[in-house]
Ligand binder design. Structure first.
Ligand code: FRU
Length: 535
């Protein structure tokens, strides 16, 4: 994040000085050239069913937990500007992971002391002693980033602090007398603590990102932490700084076998450039994480295994305290990329989250992998279902059912059968001649998304410079696609989420039609288009 965030910061400091310390939001907003009015922007680009802050900048999701019937979502937020700036924890809640209500800021920065990413846990047994009465305290663990030290080129810029809530997560108090709970050990990039309860060894575990590796700490009370081990120095992708890890134990789908998963974002160096999120599967003995041997082989072959191959799913982590009766491992990511996040053509707010996803661990033979599927709650918003006719033919075939729904809030499912060694290209398009293409190249065995003609893209050289590819590792006979469309995003879940591509785009008019083309015979079956009534 370093180079990307320094520019805007200097930019805001300049405004701060000239405005005598206070930046009215409108003044900041006007500093970015825009070609649409705020209301047109609202209509065109404010997602129908992905969370965005009402105004201002957002990046990583932080500190998510479930308590008292509500899913809480916090996020890196600068409410007074549309680029990265003094980081707050913004806050939203939801009863169903789809409909979000924005709440007042949860944690404010002090002068020069920004509240960076972190996590929160419901401390059910009050191990921290921070609880009052019968309500379990909720403890947030985050990085305090000292801008003054950063400007002075100091090393000990980042430390881990905690804050707590005694009202199920609605209001927060910094733990002034006990912070920091983890001092900086002499590592410049030392941030984004994610805490989880390790039931086997009866201890809290914190994983954090320390430049080019993940580090593990343990605690009995969330207040005093002891260093345990490192993982990853020469393992996986290392094109940039490691950020925003997550670490949890999860059952192999359909069995009682468990494994530990380490999720580890990095920027740059993602699967298709810029920001990306890789994962590792292995075991944890209470002190150190070791890779599963087959997963280690896979990493040797593939260099890194990604939770999403699209350019726009970053810094994603999972919810704490999901009830056992539910049992899901729920994940949400930031639907943008540091390569261009600060330049996307929205002015009032910047960025949204991905759709919330359930992460499952599957095992085929001896190979473990994660799959991501959209949370089932989205189905509650289906207002109309169109079952499509099967298509068979060559050339360019229209999918007429797609024109009968609003493609800015739709879920499209289909299967491609008898796929030949060739390319099958789907095209979403509008009357302005703009189009977003995606599909499968089964000669070179990859999925792709191409947004180079999808609308506005001149705000960044990197935004549409390359076609996004997700290697499939082999020839496909058939493939099942689930596609979630909002105004400015496509989320493709291939073969029940075995491969995922998430990307954003900015057409000047909504896409209204869908077609598919190939030189080979196309056989498209099981087409179901669901209209969502959400906005
Ligand atoms: C990831 C990140 C984190 C950091 C936060 C600051 O996008 O760089 O490492 O805590 O953003 O906003």
């Amino acid at each position: 994040m370093k180079s990307k965030k320094h520019l805007p910061l200097a930019f805001y400091s300049a405004i701060l000085l000239s405005a005598g310390g206070f930046i009215p939001y409108s003044a900041v907003a006007q500093t970015t050239a825009v070609s649409v009015s705020a209301s047109a922007e609202e209509q065109m680009y404010r997602p129908n069913f992905h969370f965005t802050p009402k105004k201002g900048w957002m990046n990583d999701p932080n500190g998510m937990f479930y308590a008292d019937g509500k899913y809480h979502l916090f996020y890196q937020h600068f409410p007074d500007g549309n680029k990265w700036g003094p980081m707050h924890w913004g806050h939203a809640v939801s009863k169903d992971l789809i409909q979000w209500e924005e709440l007042p800021i949860a944690i404010y920065p002090d002068k020069d002391k920004y509240i960076f990413s972190g996590s929160a846990v419901v401390d059910i047994n009050n191990t921290s002693g921070l609880g009052i009465g019968n309500t379990a305290p909720i403890v947030a663990v985050y990085t305090l980033h000292d801008m003054k030290k950063e400007k002075e080129n100091k090393i000990d810029v980042e430390q881990q602090d905690i804050a707590f809530s005694n009202d199920n997560g609605f209001t927060w108090q910094k733990f002034e007398e006990g912070n920091p709970v983890v001092k900086n050990p002499g590592i410049r990039d030392f941030r984004d603590p994610k805490v989880t309860w390790d039931e086997t060894h009866k201890q809290w575990i914190m994983v954090l990102a320390a430049q080019d590796r993940s580090q593990f700490y343990k605690s009995k009370d969330l207040k005093s932490w002891q260093y345990l081990s490192d993982f990853g120095k020469n393992i996986g992708a290392h094109g940039g700084v490691w950020e925003c890890p997550d670490f949890f134990e999860i059952k192999v789908q359909g069995t009682n076998e468990t494994k530990w998963v380490l999720i580890q974002s990095l920027n740059p160096g993602g699967a298709n450039g810029g920001s990306g999120t890789q994962y590792f599967i292995g075991d944890f003995d209470g002190t150190a994480f070791t890779l599963d041997p087959n997963f280690a082989k896979r990493i040797e072959q593939e260099k890194a295994v990604w939770i999403d191959y699209g350019k726009d799913n970053y810094a994603g982590v999972t919810w704490n305290n999901i009830p056992n009766s539910d049992g899901r491992r729920l994940f949400i990511g930031w639907m943008s990329n540091w390569d261009y996040a600060q330049d996307v053509p929205t002015n009032v707010w910047r960025s949204s989250t991905t759709i919330a996803r359930e992460i499952q661990l599957i095992k085929k033979g001896n190979e473990f992998s994660l799959v991501s599927i959209p949370v089932k709650e989205i189905n509650q918003y289906i207002s109309k279902t169109i079952k499509g006719k099967s298509l068979k033919g060559k050339g360019n075939l229209s999918i007429p059912e797609a024109a009968k729904v609003d493609l800015t809030k739709a879920i499209i499912d289909f299967k491609l059968k008898n796929i030949k060694q060739d390319t099958y290209t789907f095209m979403l398009s509008n009357d302005k001649g703009e189009s977003l293409t995606f599909g499968i190249n089964n000669a070179a065995h990859y999925l792709f998304v191409d947004r180079s003609k999808s609308g506005k893209n001149d705000f960044s050289e990197k935004f549409a410079a390359t076609i996004t590819k997700a290697s499939l590792g082999g020839s496909q006979k058939e493939g099942a696609f689930k596609i979630i469309l909002d105004k400015t995003s496509i989320e493709i879940f291939y073969n029940n989420g075995e491969k995922v591509i998430t990307e954003i785009f900015f057409p000047q008019q909504p896409f209204t039609s869908l077609s598919v083309s190939s030189k080979q015979t196309i056989e498209l079956n099981n087409l179901v288009i669901n209209q969502l009534n959400k906005n």
